[in-house]
Design a protein around this ligand. Sequence first.
Ligand code: FAD
Length: 422
Amino acid sequence: MSGKQHDVDVVIIGAGSAGLSAAKAAAAHGLSFALIEASHRIGGRAYTEEFAPGIPYDLGCHWMHSASLNPFVAIADEHGFSYRRDSQWRSNIFAGGAFLPEDERQRWMDGMEADHAAIDAAGAEGRDVAVADVIDLAAPWAPFMAYWFSLGTSRDIDQVSVLDVTNYNDTDENWPLREGFGALVARWAAEVPVTLNARAERIIWSGSGVRVETARGTIAGRTALVTVSTNVLTSGGIVFDPGLPDWKLEAAAALPLGVHNRIGIMLKDNRFPPEAPADATIQIGDADEVPMSIQIRPFGMDYVSGVTGGRHGSWLERAGIAASIDHMTERLVAAYGSNIRASLSERTIVTAWESDPWTLGSYSGAMPGHGHARAELARPVDDVLYFAGEASSSEFFSTCHGAYLTGIAQIEAIAARLRTAA
Ligand SMILES: Cc1cc2nc3c(=O)[nH]c(=O)nc-3n(C[C@H](O)[C@H](O)[C@H](O)COP(=O)(O)OP(=O)(O)OC[C@H]3O[C@@H](n4cnc5c(N)ncnc54)[C@H](O)[C@@H]3O)c2cc1C
Protein backbone atom coordinates (compact mmCIF):
# COMPACT_ATOMS: atom_id res chain seq x y z
CA MET A 1 0.00 0.00 0.00
CA SER A 2 2.91 2.35 0.60
CA GLY A 3 5.23 4.18 -1.77
CA LYS A 4 5.71 7.93 -2.02
CA GLN A 5 5.83 10.12 1.08
CA HIS A 6 2.04 10.30 1.39
CA ASP A 7 -0.21 7.83 -0.38
CA VAL A 8 -3.33 9.85 0.39
CA ASP A 9 -4.56 13.10 1.93
CA VAL A 10 -6.50 11.26 4.63
CA VAL A 11 -6.58 7.73 5.97
CA ILE A 12 -10.09 7.11 7.31
CA ILE A 13 -10.29 4.43 9.98
CA GLY A 14 -13.62 2.63 10.32
CA ALA A 15 -16.42 2.26 7.76
CA GLY A 16 -19.44 3.00 9.94
CA SER A 17 -21.75 5.90 9.24
CA ALA A 18 -19.05 8.48 10.15
CA GLY A 19 -16.28 6.89 8.09
CA LEU A 20 -18.54 6.38 5.09
CA SER A 21 -19.88 9.95 5.09
CA ALA A 22 -16.29 11.16 5.51
CA ALA A 23 -15.19 9.14 2.47
CA LYS A 24 -17.99 10.63 0.37
CA ALA A 25 -17.18 14.14 1.61
CA ALA A 26 -13.47 13.63 0.90
CA ALA A 27 -14.27 12.66 -2.67
CA ALA A 28 -16.53 15.71 -3.01
CA HIS A 29 -13.71 17.96 -1.76
CA GLY A 30 -11.22 16.41 -4.17
CA LEU A 31 -9.18 14.84 -1.35
CA SER A 32 -7.55 11.47 -1.92
CA PHE A 33 -8.39 8.95 0.81
CA ALA A 34 -8.05 5.35 1.92
CA LEU A 35 -10.90 3.94 4.00
CA ILE A 36 -9.97 0.91 6.07
CA GLU A 37 -12.36 -1.27 8.03
CA ALA A 38 -11.48 -3.96 10.57
CA SER A 39 -14.48 -6.20 9.99
CA HIS A 40 -15.71 -8.06 6.91
CA ARG A 41 -18.51 -5.57 6.20
CA ILE A 42 -19.32 -1.87 6.15
CA GLY A 43 -21.90 -0.13 8.34
CA GLY A 44 -20.53 -0.75 11.84
CA ARG A 45 -23.43 -0.26 14.22
CA ALA A 46 -25.79 0.18 11.26
CA TYR A 47 -26.49 -3.40 10.20
CA THR A 48 -29.58 -5.26 9.00
CA GLU A 49 -30.07 -9.02 8.77
CA GLU A 50 -33.14 -10.90 7.57
CA PHE A 51 -35.29 -13.35 9.52
CA ALA A 52 -36.50 -14.45 6.12
CA PRO A 53 -36.61 -12.82 2.68
CA GLY A 54 -38.61 -9.62 3.05
CA ILE A 55 -38.46 -9.63 6.86
CA PRO A 56 -35.50 -7.44 7.75
CA TYR A 57 -34.27 -6.94 11.30
CA ASP A 58 -31.99 -4.13 12.43
CA LEU A 59 -29.29 -5.23 14.85
CA GLY A 60 -28.20 -1.64 15.43
CA CYS A 61 -29.91 1.61 14.50
CA HIS A 62 -33.54 1.43 13.40
CA TRP A 63 -35.15 4.84 13.99
CA MET A 64 -34.33 8.09 12.21
CA HIS A 65 -34.25 10.30 15.30
CA SER A 66 -35.04 14.03 15.15
CA ALA A 67 -36.36 13.19 11.70
CA SER A 68 -36.92 16.72 10.40
CA LEU A 69 -33.19 17.41 10.99
CA ASN A 70 -32.02 13.95 9.92
CA PRO A 71 -30.17 13.68 6.58
CA PHE A 72 -31.05 9.99 6.31
CA VAL A 73 -34.70 10.87 5.62
CA ALA A 74 -33.69 12.37 2.25
CA ILE A 75 -31.29 9.45 1.67
CA ALA A 76 -34.14 7.00 2.37
CA ASP A 77 -36.35 8.86 -0.12
CA GLU A 78 -33.60 8.84 -2.71
CA HIS A 79 -33.13 5.07 -2.41
CA GLY A 80 -36.83 4.22 -2.23
CA PHE A 81 -36.80 3.04 1.38
CA SER A 82 -40.06 3.32 3.32
CA TYR A 83 -40.58 4.50 6.87
CA ARG A 84 -43.30 5.43 9.32
CA ARG A 85 -43.71 9.05 10.33
CA ASP A 86 -44.51 8.09 13.91
CA SER A 87 -42.45 6.06 16.31
CA GLN A 88 -45.33 4.02 17.77
CA TRP A 89 -43.74 4.59 21.16
CA ARG A 90 -47.01 5.20 22.95
CA SER A 91 -46.14 2.29 25.15
CA ASN A 92 -48.83 0.42 27.02
CA ILE A 93 -47.55 -0.44 30.46
CA PHE A 94 -47.94 -3.86 32.05
CA ALA A 95 -47.19 -3.81 35.78
CA GLY A 96 -48.59 -5.59 38.83
CA GLY A 97 -50.20 -8.34 36.73
CA ALA A 98 -52.23 -6.19 34.32
CA PHE A 99 -52.00 -3.43 31.74
CA LEU A 100 -52.48 -0.08 33.46
CA PRO A 101 -55.89 1.45 32.82
CA GLU A 102 -55.68 4.60 30.72
CA ASP A 103 -56.09 7.11 33.59
CA GLU A 104 -53.32 5.43 35.58
CA ARG A 105 -51.07 5.19 32.53
CA GLN A 106 -51.59 8.90 31.93
CA ARG A 107 -50.73 9.65 35.58
CA TRP A 108 -47.44 7.78 35.14
CA MET A 109 -46.70 9.57 31.89
CA ASP A 110 -47.35 12.94 33.57
CA GLY A 111 -45.01 11.91 36.38
CA MET A 112 -42.29 11.07 33.87
CA GLU A 113 -42.88 14.43 32.16
CA ALA A 114 -42.19 16.05 35.52
CA ASP A 115 -38.96 14.01 35.75
CA HIS A 116 -37.93 15.29 32.32
CA ALA A 117 -38.72 18.85 33.40
CA ALA A 118 -36.47 18.36 36.45
CA ILE A 119 -33.67 17.15 34.15
CA ASP A 120 -34.15 20.17 31.86
CA ALA A 121 -34.09 22.54 34.83
CA ALA A 122 -30.88 21.00 36.20
CA GLY A 123 -29.32 21.18 32.73
CA ALA A 124 -30.34 24.84 32.34
CA GLU A 125 -28.62 25.57 35.65
CA GLY A 126 -25.49 23.84 34.33
CA ARG A 127 -25.59 21.19 37.06
CA ASP A 128 -23.44 18.37 35.68
CA VAL A 129 -24.96 15.70 37.95
CA ALA A 130 -26.38 12.25 37.27
CA VAL A 131 -29.93 11.81 36.00
CA ALA A 132 -30.58 9.71 39.13
CA ASP A 133 -29.83 12.79 41.27
CA VAL A 134 -32.73 14.83 39.92
CA ILE A 135 -35.63 12.46 39.19
CA ASP A 136 -38.19 10.99 41.60
CA LEU A 137 -36.79 7.57 42.42
CA ALA A 138 -39.63 6.73 44.83
CA ALA A 139 -42.39 7.07 42.22
CA PRO A 140 -44.11 3.88 41.05
CA TRP A 141 -43.00 4.68 37.49
CA ALA A 142 -39.33 5.08 38.47
CA PRO A 143 -38.22 1.62 37.18
CA PHE A 144 -39.86 2.41 33.84
CA MET A 145 -38.25 5.84 33.66
CA ALA A 146 -34.88 4.27 34.51
CA TYR A 147 -35.37 1.52 31.96
CA TRP A 148 -36.37 3.86 29.11
CA PHE A 149 -33.39 6.03 29.96
CA SER A 150 -31.11 3.01 29.74
CA LEU A 151 -32.41 2.45 26.20
CA GLY A 152 -31.87 6.09 25.19
CA THR A 153 -28.37 6.33 26.59
CA SER A 154 -27.33 2.64 26.85
CA ARG A 155 -26.23 3.40 30.42
CA ASP A 156 -28.03 3.58 33.76
CA ILE A 157 -29.43 6.76 35.29
CA ASP A 158 -26.61 7.03 37.85
CA GLN A 159 -24.03 6.90 35.02
CA VAL A 160 -25.34 9.62 32.70
CA SER A 161 -24.82 13.38 32.95
CA VAL A 162 -27.90 15.59 33.01
CA LEU A 163 -26.02 18.07 30.79
CA ASP A 164 -25.46 15.39 28.18
CA VAL A 165 -29.17 14.62 28.12
CA THR A 166 -30.13 18.26 27.71
CA ASN A 167 -27.46 18.88 25.04
CA TYR A 168 -29.16 16.36 22.75
CA ASN A 169 -31.26 18.01 20.04
CA ASP A 170 -34.47 16.02 20.27
CA THR A 171 -37.37 17.00 18.02
CA ASP A 172 -39.38 14.05 19.30
CA GLU A 173 -39.70 12.60 15.78
CA ASN A 174 -38.39 9.03 15.64
CA TRP A 175 -39.20 7.35 12.34
CA PRO A 176 -38.51 3.63 11.89
CA LEU A 177 -37.32 2.27 8.54
CA ARG A 178 -39.22 -0.70 7.20
CA GLU A 179 -36.39 -2.16 5.11
CA GLY A 180 -33.87 -1.46 7.88
CA PHE A 181 -31.54 1.42 8.72
CA GLY A 182 -28.52 -0.85 8.29
CA ALA A 183 -29.72 -1.83 4.82
CA LEU A 184 -30.13 1.86 3.97
CA VAL A 185 -26.58 2.69 5.06
CA ALA A 186 -25.23 -0.27 3.06
CA ARG A 187 -27.17 0.83 -0.04
CA TRP A 188 -26.22 4.51 0.27
CA ALA A 189 -22.52 3.66 0.67
CA ALA A 190 -22.36 0.73 -1.75
CA GLU A 191 -20.05 2.58 -4.14
CA VAL A 192 -17.59 3.83 -1.52
CA PRO A 193 -14.19 2.13 -1.94
CA VAL A 194 -13.28 0.36 1.31
CA THR A 195 -10.54 -2.07 2.26
CA LEU A 196 -12.25 -4.64 4.50
CA ASN A 197 -10.56 -6.94 7.02
CA ALA A 198 -7.92 -4.25 7.49
CA ARG A 199 -7.76 -3.36 11.16
CA ALA A 200 -5.66 -0.31 11.99
CA GLU A 201 -3.12 -1.82 14.37
CA ARG A 202 -0.76 1.10 14.86
CA ILE A 203 -0.98 4.76 13.96
CA ILE A 204 2.40 6.47 13.85
CA TRP A 205 1.97 10.22 13.85
CA SER A 206 5.40 11.56 14.66
CA GLY A 207 6.97 13.62 11.91
CA SER A 208 4.91 14.89 9.04
CA GLY A 209 1.65 13.05 8.47
CA VAL A 210 0.68 9.57 9.63
CA ARG A 211 1.52 5.97 8.87
CA VAL A 212 -1.28 3.50 9.55
CA GLU A 213 -0.20 -0.12 9.90
CA THR A 214 -2.66 -2.88 9.06
CA ALA A 215 -2.27 -6.60 8.42
CA ARG A 216 -2.73 -5.72 4.74
CA GLY A 217 0.04 -3.18 4.59
CA THR A 218 0.93 0.34 5.72
CA ILE A 219 -0.70 3.48 4.37
CA ALA A 220 0.94 6.88 4.58
CA GLY A 221 -1.38 9.85 4.82
CA ARG A 222 -1.12 13.57 5.35
CA THR A 223 -3.80 13.16 8.04
CA ALA A 224 -5.84 10.40 9.69
CA LEU A 225 -9.52 10.48 10.60
CA VAL A 226 -10.29 8.02 13.40
CA THR A 227 -13.97 7.03 13.64
CA VAL A 228 -13.82 4.01 15.96
CA SER A 229 -15.98 3.93 19.10
CA THR A 230 -14.71 5.44 22.34
CA ASN A 231 -14.53 1.98 23.92
CA VAL A 232 -12.27 0.81 21.06
CA LEU A 233 -10.19 3.96 21.50
CA THR A 234 -9.71 3.44 25.25
CA SER A 235 -9.22 -0.35 24.98
CA GLY A 236 -5.75 0.08 23.52
CA GLY A 237 -6.75 -1.98 20.49
CA ILE A 238 -5.10 0.63 18.28
CA VAL A 239 -1.58 1.60 19.30
CA PHE A 240 -0.87 5.30 18.84
CA ASP A 241 2.79 6.14 18.46
CA PRO A 242 3.41 8.45 20.23
CA GLY A 243 0.51 7.86 22.62
CA LEU A 244 -2.54 10.10 22.48
CA PRO A 245 -2.38 13.12 24.79
CA ASP A 246 -4.06 12.73 28.17
CA TRP A 247 -6.83 15.23 27.36
CA LYS A 248 -7.93 13.12 24.40
CA LEU A 249 -7.90 9.84 26.32
CA GLU A 250 -9.76 11.48 29.21
CA ALA A 251 -12.46 12.72 26.81
CA ALA A 252 -12.88 9.22 25.33
CA ALA A 253 -12.98 7.65 28.81
CA ALA A 254 -15.66 10.15 29.91
CA LEU A 255 -17.89 9.00 27.02
CA PRO A 256 -18.06 5.23 27.46
CA LEU A 257 -20.42 3.01 25.50
CA GLY A 258 -22.98 1.11 27.54
CA VAL A 259 -25.27 -1.66 26.38
CA HIS A 260 -28.41 -1.59 24.30
CA ASN A 261 -29.27 -4.95 22.78
CA ARG A 262 -32.11 -6.09 20.56
CA ILE A 263 -33.82 -9.44 20.81
CA GLY A 264 -35.96 -10.51 17.86
CA ILE A 265 -38.17 -13.59 17.62
CA MET A 266 -39.94 -14.46 14.40
CA LEU A 267 -43.58 -15.49 14.77
CA LYS A 268 -45.15 -18.59 13.23
CA ASP A 269 -48.55 -16.94 13.30
CA ASN A 270 -50.32 -14.02 14.94
CA ARG A 271 -52.05 -14.87 18.22
CA PHE A 272 -51.91 -11.40 19.67
CA PRO A 273 -55.28 -9.88 20.45
CA PRO A 274 -56.32 -7.41 17.72
CA GLU A 275 -56.15 -4.57 20.24
CA ALA A 276 -52.56 -5.46 21.26
CA PRO A 277 -50.51 -2.24 21.30
CA ALA A 278 -47.65 -1.81 18.87
CA ASP A 279 -45.29 -1.30 21.80
CA ALA A 280 -45.77 -2.72 25.29
CA THR A 281 -43.43 -2.28 28.24
CA ILE A 282 -43.79 -5.23 30.55
CA GLN A 283 -42.75 -5.68 34.17
CA ILE A 284 -43.77 -9.02 35.62
CA GLY A 285 -41.79 -9.26 38.84
CA ASP A 286 -41.79 -7.00 41.87
CA ALA A 287 -41.89 -3.21 41.56
CA ASP A 288 -38.08 -3.01 41.36
CA GLU A 289 -37.80 -5.39 38.42
CA VAL A 290 -36.32 -4.02 35.19
CA PRO A 291 -39.18 -3.84 32.66
CA MET A 292 -38.83 -4.76 29.00
CA SER A 293 -40.20 -2.87 26.01
CA ILE A 294 -41.44 -5.14 23.23
CA GLN A 295 -42.65 -4.13 19.79
CA ILE A 296 -45.42 -6.34 18.52
CA ARG A 297 -45.37 -7.09 14.77
CA PRO A 298 -43.70 -3.85 13.60
CA PHE A 299 -44.91 -2.81 10.12
CA GLY A 300 -47.25 -5.80 10.32
CA MET A 301 -44.30 -8.17 9.96
CA ASP A 302 -44.39 -11.45 11.85
CA TYR A 303 -41.86 -10.83 14.56
CA VAL A 304 -41.55 -9.37 18.03
CA SER A 305 -38.60 -7.26 19.13
CA GLY A 306 -37.51 -6.50 22.67
CA VAL A 307 -34.76 -4.23 23.93
CA THR A 308 -32.45 -4.33 26.92
CA GLY A 309 -30.19 -1.60 28.24
CA GLY A 310 -27.57 -0.59 30.77
CA ARG A 311 -26.22 -2.99 33.40
CA HIS A 312 -29.20 -5.29 33.00
CA GLY A 313 -28.55 -5.49 29.25
CA SER A 314 -24.92 -6.26 29.93
CA TRP A 315 -25.85 -9.00 32.39
CA LEU A 316 -28.34 -10.54 29.97
CA GLU A 317 -25.79 -10.44 27.14
CA ARG A 318 -23.37 -12.42 29.28
CA ALA A 319 -26.14 -14.81 30.33
CA GLY A 320 -26.41 -15.71 26.64
CA ILE A 321 -28.84 -16.13 23.78
CA ALA A 322 -31.11 -18.74 25.39
CA ALA A 323 -31.44 -16.68 28.58
CA SER A 324 -32.27 -13.58 26.52
CA ILE A 325 -34.98 -15.41 24.57
CA ASP A 326 -36.41 -16.87 27.82
CA HIS A 327 -36.45 -13.43 29.40
CA MET A 328 -38.53 -11.99 26.58
CA THR A 329 -40.77 -15.06 26.28
CA GLU A 330 -41.68 -14.91 29.99
CA ARG A 331 -42.77 -11.31 29.61
CA LEU A 332 -44.86 -12.00 26.53
CA VAL A 333 -46.55 -14.93 28.25
CA ALA A 334 -47.30 -12.87 31.37
CA ALA A 335 -48.94 -10.11 29.34
CA TYR A 336 -50.65 -12.08 26.56
CA GLY A 337 -51.14 -15.60 27.96
CA SER A 338 -49.34 -18.91 27.48
CA ASN A 339 -50.99 -19.34 24.10
CA ILE A 340 -48.40 -16.89 22.74
CA ARG A 341 -45.63 -19.41 23.37
CA ALA A 342 -46.80 -21.56 20.45
CA SER A 343 -46.46 -18.56 18.12
CA LEU A 344 -42.77 -18.07 18.82
CA SER A 345 -40.53 -19.70 16.24
CA GLU A 346 -36.95 -20.92 16.57
CA ARG A 347 -35.78 -18.09 14.32
CA THR A 348 -34.23 -15.49 16.58
CA ILE A 349 -31.69 -12.68 16.38
CA VAL A 350 -30.05 -11.59 19.63
CA THR A 351 -27.42 -8.88 19.53
CA ALA A 352 -24.32 -8.77 21.74
CA TRP A 353 -22.82 -5.35 21.14
CA GLU A 354 -20.71 -5.32 24.27
CA SER A 355 -18.86 -8.43 23.11
CA ASP A 356 -18.47 -7.15 19.56
CA PRO A 357 -14.71 -6.56 19.28
CA TRP A 358 -15.15 -3.72 16.78
CA THR A 359 -17.44 -1.58 18.94
CA LEU A 360 -17.25 -2.96 22.53
CA GLY A 361 -20.66 -1.50 23.35
CA SER A 362 -23.72 0.18 21.85
CA TYR A 363 -23.40 3.97 22.05
CA SER A 364 -21.81 6.62 24.20
CA GLY A 365 -23.15 8.45 27.24
CA ALA A 366 -21.30 11.25 29.04
CA MET A 367 -20.55 10.44 32.65
CA PRO A 368 -21.76 12.85 35.34
CA GLY A 369 -19.26 15.69 35.61
CA HIS A 370 -18.26 15.28 31.96
CA GLY A 371 -21.13 16.91 30.12
CA HIS A 372 -18.69 18.82 27.88
CA ALA A 373 -16.41 15.93 26.91
CA ARG A 374 -17.84 15.60 23.40
CA ALA A 375 -16.26 18.83 22.18
CA GLU A 376 -12.88 17.61 23.43
CA LEU A 377 -13.30 14.29 21.67
CA ALA A 378 -13.98 16.16 18.42
CA ARG A 379 -10.86 18.35 18.73
CA PRO A 380 -7.96 17.36 16.41
CA VAL A 381 -4.53 16.52 17.75
CA ASP A 382 -1.67 18.51 16.20
CA ASP A 383 -3.67 19.11 13.01
CA VAL A 384 -2.81 15.57 11.97
CA LEU A 385 -5.12 13.24 13.90
CA TYR A 386 -8.83 13.96 13.50
CA PHE A 387 -11.74 12.26 15.25
CA ALA A 388 -15.31 11.59 14.16
CA GLY A 389 -18.09 9.18 15.15
CA GLU A 390 -21.29 9.39 17.15
CA ALA A 391 -19.58 10.14 20.46
CA SER A 392 -18.02 13.31 19.07
CA SER A 393 -21.32 14.84 17.96
CA SER A 394 -22.33 17.77 20.15
CA GLU A 395 -26.08 17.53 19.51
CA PHE A 396 -26.89 14.20 17.82
CA PHE A 397 -24.57 11.84 19.70
CA SER A 398 -25.55 8.17 20.05
CA THR A 399 -27.17 8.24 16.62
CA CYS A 400 -26.41 7.21 13.07
CA HIS A 401 -27.04 10.65 11.61
CA GLY A 402 -24.95 12.26 14.36
CA ALA A 403 -22.05 10.03 13.28
CA TYR A 404 -22.71 10.90 9.63
CA LEU A 405 -22.59 14.65 10.33
CA THR A 406 -19.31 14.40 12.27
CA GLY A 407 -17.66 12.60 9.33
CA ILE A 408 -18.53 15.46 7.00
CA ALA A 409 -17.54 18.18 9.50
CA GLN A 410 -14.11 16.64 10.11
CA ILE A 411 -13.39 16.27 6.39
CA GLU A 412 -14.24 19.96 5.97
CA ALA A 413 -11.74 20.77 8.74
CA ILE A 414 -9.10 18.56 7.08
CA ALA A 415 -9.73 20.12 3.65
CA ALA A 416 -9.33 23.61 5.14
CA ARG A 417 -6.13 22.63 6.93
CA LEU A 418 -4.61 21.03 3.81
CA ARG A 419 -5.51 24.08 1.72
CA THR A 420 -3.68 26.28 4.22
CA ALA A 421 -0.68 23.97 4.20
CA ALA A 422 -0.51 23.84 0.38
C1 FAD B 1 -28.73 -1.76 19.37
C2 FAD B 1 -28.51 -0.38 18.84
C3 FAD B 1 -29.61 0.39 18.50
C4 FAD B 1 -29.43 1.67 17.97
N1 FAD B 1 -30.53 2.38 17.59
C5 FAD B 1 -30.35 3.55 16.93
C6 FAD B 1 -31.45 4.18 16.30
O1 FAD B 1 -32.58 3.67 16.33
N2 FAD B 1 -31.21 5.34 15.61
C7 FAD B 1 -29.96 5.90 15.51
O2 FAD B 1 -29.79 6.93 14.86
N3 FAD B 1 -28.89 5.30 16.11
C8 FAD B 1 -29.06 4.14 16.79
N4 FAD B 1 -27.98 3.48 17.29
C9 FAD B 1 -26.67 4.16 17.27
C10 FAD B 1 -26.02 4.15 15.88
O3 FAD B 1 -26.11 2.86 15.32
C11 FAD B 1 -24.55 4.54 16.05
O4 FAD B 1 -24.46 5.73 16.81
C12 FAD B 1 -23.83 4.79 14.72
O5 FAD B 1 -24.15 3.78 13.78
C13 FAD B 1 -22.34 4.84 15.00
O6 FAD B 1 -21.63 5.13 13.81
P1 FAD B 1 -20.07 5.43 13.91
O7 FAD B 1 -19.59 5.59 12.51
O8 FAD B 1 -19.81 6.49 14.90
O9 FAD B 1 -19.43 4.12 14.58
P2 FAD B 1 -19.41 2.60 14.10
O10 FAD B 1 -20.67 2.27 13.38
O11 FAD B 1 -19.08 1.80 15.29
O12 FAD B 1 -18.23 2.55 13.04
C14 FAD B 1 -16.89 2.40 13.43
C15 FAD B 1 -16.24 1.36 12.52
O13 FAD B 1 -14.88 1.22 12.89
C16 FAD B 1 -14.52 -0.14 12.72
N5 FAD B 1 -13.29 -0.39 13.49
C17 FAD B 1 -13.16 -0.62 14.81
N6 FAD B 1 -11.86 -0.77 15.13
C18 FAD B 1 -11.17 -0.60 13.98
C19 FAD B 1 -9.79 -0.62 13.65
N7 FAD B 1 -8.83 -0.83 14.58
N8 FAD B 1 -9.41 -0.44 12.35
C20 FAD B 1 -10.34 -0.22 11.38
N9 FAD B 1 -11.67 -0.20 11.64
C21 FAD B 1 -12.08 -0.37 12.92
C22 FAD B 1 -15.74 -0.89 13.20
O14 FAD B 1 -15.77 -2.22 12.72
C23 FAD B 1 -16.88 -0.02 12.64
O15 FAD B 1 -17.29 -0.47 11.37
C24 FAD B 1 -28.12 2.20 17.81
C25 FAD B 1 -27.02 1.42 18.15
C26 FAD B 1 -27.20 0.15 18.66
C27 FAD B 1 -25.99 -0.69 19.00
